[in-house]
Write a protein of this length. Structure first.
Length: 68
């Protein structure tokens, strides 16, 4: 459903997954940049925070930058 100015509502964007997709792409780009710059990334495994060294970072999905 579009609002009065012809744009989709926030709920419509949530329903179609646009927000989730944007968050996933942003996260992937941040991890990719960390790897390229040689920085580790943190994640949670088995309820504990662990650090992944840059050489072990694997990037899944399409890259937003062809230099990837």
């Amino acid at each position: 459903m579009k609002n009065g100015n012809g744009k989709k509502s926030v709920q419509d964007r949530l329903d179609e997954g646009a927000v989730l997709k944007a968050l996933q792409e942003g996260s992937r780009e941040a991890v990719r940049m960390n790897k390229l710059l040689g920085y580790p990334v943190s994640t949670v495994r088995d309820g504990k925070v662990i650090w992944i060294p840059p050489e072990e970072i694997q990037i899944d999905g399409p890259a937003s930058n062809p230099a990837h």
